[in-house]
Design a protein around this ligand. Structure first.
Ligand SMILES: Cc1cc2nc3c(=O)[nH]c(=O)nc-3n(C[C@H](O)[C@H](O)[C@H](O)COP(=O)(O)O)c2cc1C
Length: 184
């Protein structure tokens, strides 16, 4: 009989992969194929308010060069080190609507899409972490990535295959929702 994995199991197992990446290429085609499913996330008025900038391993150095000017010179070494072993990146850009309601809906829809992507990746043993470093709001970084006025970078996903033993050692817990639920 084929083993089946429930959605609940994948949701519980998935974890943010912040280190332990192995040196195996992550192709743009693979990320694109995952995104083709991930974009079936709920999104109000079907605005599909997202776009993506893929950064391959080959372009990592150029990507780091776009980040460094956003940081003090004394921090450059440690910034470089943070990116050294990350096999690929995906920058997620959304429409930054000036109306609060629409802006919140766009961010929420993109968050649903990103979680879809993380779960789909996990199913294929591909790790991700959603990062929101300060430089995503920096005009220098935005300009280097050709992000336009009216657009907002909501995160950079670090992507890579990983050493499962390292990641299995992570201690993860959640507060039971019963503790957070009241009845009206
Ligand atoms: C909106 C958002 C922003 C995040 N930003 C960062 C970040 O800047 N750096 C980081 O290491 N992790 C970041 N994370 C990952 C969280 O730290 C991680 O999801 C959390 O520790 C729970 O762990 P888990 O994903 O393994 O369940 C972010 C997650 C979300 C949803």
């Amino acid at each position: 009989m084929l083993a089946t994995t429930s959605i609940a199991q994948i949701i519980r197992e998935r974890t943010s992969v912040k280190n332990g990446y192995i040196d195996k290429e992550v192709s743009q085609d693979l990320v694109l194929s995952l995104l083709k499913d991930a974009v079936w996330a709920p999104n109000h008025k079907l605005r599909e308010p997202w776009r993506f900038i893929f950064v391959s391993g080959e372009r990592r150095e150029a990507f780091v060069e776009a980040i460094l000017p956003c940081h003090e010179k004394s921090k450059h070494e440690s910034v470089r080190n943070k990116f050294q072993n990350v096999p690929a990146f995906l920058v997620v850009v959304i429409e930054d609507d000036p109306r609060q309601k629409q802006a919140e809906e766009n961010f929420a829809a993109a968050s649903c899409m990103i979680q879809n992507l993380q779960l789909l990746a996990w199913e294929q043993d591909l790790g991700m972490v959603w990062k929101t470093p300060q430089h995503i709001r920096d005009p220098l970084f935005r300009e280097a990535l050709n992000v336009q006025p009216g657009e907002k970078i909501i995160g950079v996903l670090n992507i890579g295959y990983f050493d499962k033993e390292i990641i299995a050692q992570k201690v993860r817990k959640r507060i039971g929702p019963a503790e957070k639920m009241t009845a009206f």
